[in-house]
Write a protein that binds this ligand. Structure first.
Ligand SMILES: C[S@@+](CC[C@H](N)C(=O)[O-])C[C@H]1O[C@@H](n2cnc3c(N)ncnc32)[C@H](O)[C@@H]1O
Length: 491
């Protein structure tokens, strides 16, 4: 257990795995721990009241720093790049020009490696037949610091192991963004400079203590990340309806119209007015791969088209809907941009109205055909509840004999210890039909320490579509009917 730490930078990169970083008072990462939630039954990483964190492996990673910033930069709110310039003394080897390249190759691990800093410099004191190879002072403090292989290489090239010293000027341009921010922000506070990239926009989620330095942080992120010309900060939690953020520009141009490429498809949209998440590209691809030429896809919460457009490019027919007029507008724009406007019909309706309108209208004919029908519902905060719109959708119609029932891909967030069961139960309640053993569940991603995004996939039951649409009685009877059927099957 790590006691008294604050889970400052901690990420879960796979479903049950987490990585925890603990920082020292100076803000350095001093511990890295990783573990598996599975083995910690009943314990929640962020839920321990006594501020302890269970871990299975602890790896101290205290590395001395190459650059110690001038103390005057601490507290700076407007970026003064010159104030970061500093001269440090680094060890070096005197190497004859004839073997220079070979020596540099052999000393890859010990030589200085930093963007914009030369590894080889002129030897001012000596003749032009020699150069100095600069070494990393954190790795080399005396000739005995060289590894056996390195020492042997030096001997074979007849290069003396004697260390020389060189005054190296480090400027703002040679520093990493974390080094600049660690030097400026109050000591001991988190300086995480993580951001997501959407085209030319870097978007950050600054903490309260970082807000005083927001413009400086924005400028540093822009300087250190080629291609980023605008840095924004999310000003609130996600907008409840359209899933977009209020944003404040911290640095750079105020152009929010981003152009991105995902899985080979280009999208354009106003990032401040629509939903876009670069972390969903694998999920978009996973679902789109299930779609074949000639299939039909109903995308109930389509956004700007990351399921709809690639599926249309594969030759499927798409009915794509979004309640946000801006998403609808950019969806249409992206259809034109990708030349699939003839394959996509766009709608600007509420999800239930879309299911009970265009979807209901098209479904009977499609169910008599042989091509697959997919319904994609990616609004994880609410989509499971929207499944009730399918109850009794085709109540007064005659079920076709060889029905070609739609496959639903419905997303949901879960904070439950057993997210698979949780989302299946919630989907079942909403449909009024037990989906257990009749669906598959896919873990999409971990959105917060104890919050998973899941996708439930199932064939829309005939009983749901053609059953009674009466809310409560329908629920009861469908559940009963279907569990009776199940019992009969098992019997
Ligand atoms: C999580 S985003 C997903 C967008 C897109 N499918 C994607 O994967 O990136 C959910 C979308 O649902 C839209 N939305 C929210 N409430 C809605 C509703 N009641 N009916 C239809 N669309 C809605 C939002 O505007 C947003 O574009």
């Amino acid at each position: 257990e790590i006691k008294g730490g604050v889970p400052l930078g901690y990420s879960t990169h796979r479903r049950w795995e987490w990585v925890y970083h603990q920082r020292s008072i100076r803000g350095e990462v001093v511990f890295q721990a990783q573990g598996r939630r599975q083995r910690l039954q009943g314990q929640r990483l962020s839920g321990n009241r006594d501020n302890t964190y269970p871990c299975l492996a602890v790896k101290p990673i205290m590395e001395p720093k190459l650059y110690r910033p001038p103390p005057e930069v601490r507290g700076m709110t407007s970026l003064d790049k010159d104030a970061f310039t500093q001269t440090i003394t680094v060890p070096a080897l005197r190497v004859p020009i004839g073997v220079l390249n070979k020596v540099v190759k052999s000393l890859k691990k010990s030589s200085i490696q930093r963007p914009g800093v030369p590894r080889v410099v002129q030897d001012k004191e000596q003749s032009s037949d020699f150069r100095l190879v600069l070494l990393d002072p954190r790795r080399v403090s005396s000739p005995s610091s060289f590894s056996e292989t390195e020492a042997e290489a030096l001997r074979s090239f007849s290069v003396s192991e004697e260390l020389h010293y060189y005054e190296l000027k480090l400027t703002y341009d040679n520093l990493k963004s974390e080094e600049v921010l660690e030097a400026v922000l109050p000591q001991g506070q988190d300086v995480t400079s993580a951001f997501s990239r959407v085209g030319h926009i870097a978007h950050m989620n600054l903490r309260d203590h970082q807000l005083t330095y927001k413009n400086l942080i924005g400028q540093v992120i822009m300087d250190k990340n080629p291609g980023v010309t605008c840095v924004v900060n999310k000003m609130n939690i996600i907008d409840s309806t359209y899933r977009n953020f209020k944003m404040e520009v911290l640095a750079g141009e105020e152009n929010m119209v981003a152009k991105v490429k995902e899985n080979g498809v280009t999208y354009e949209f106003d990032f401040s007015r629509v939903y876009w998440n670069p972390r969903l590209s694998t999920e978009h691809q996973r679902v789109v791969q299930l779609v074949k030429r000639g299939d039909t896809v109903f995308d109930v919460f389509a956004g700007v088209g990351p399921f709809a457009i690639p599926a249309a490019r594969l030759g499927a027919s798409i009915l794509a809907n979004d309640l946000n007029p801006e998403s609808y507008r950019w969806l249409q724009h992206n259809c034109k941009l990708n030349k699939v406007e003839s394959k996509v019909r766009a709608f600007n309706l509420d999800g239930r109205a879309f299911i009970r309108g265009p979807l209901k209208q098209e479904l009977p004919v499609l169910m008599r055909g042989t091509s697959a029908v997919h319904v994609v519902m990616n609004l994880p905060a609410l989509a499971l509840d929207f499944l009730d719109a399918f109850r009794g959708l085709l109540h007064h119609q005659e079920p076709p004999c060889d029905e070609n029932l739609p496959t639903v891909h419905c997303y949901g967030f879960s904070k439950d210890d057993d997210p698979d069961t949780d989302v299946v139960e919630r989907a079942s309640r909403s449909l009024g039909f037990p989906l257990k053993h009749r669906c598959s569940v896919h873990f999409v991603r971990n959105v917060a320490p104890n919050k998973d995004m899941m996708c439930v996939r199932f064939t829309l039951p005939k009983d749901v579509l053609f059953g009674s649409d009466a809310e409560e009685s329908g629920k009861e009877s469908l559940l009963m009917r279907s569990s009776k059927k199940n019992n009969n099957k098992t019997a």
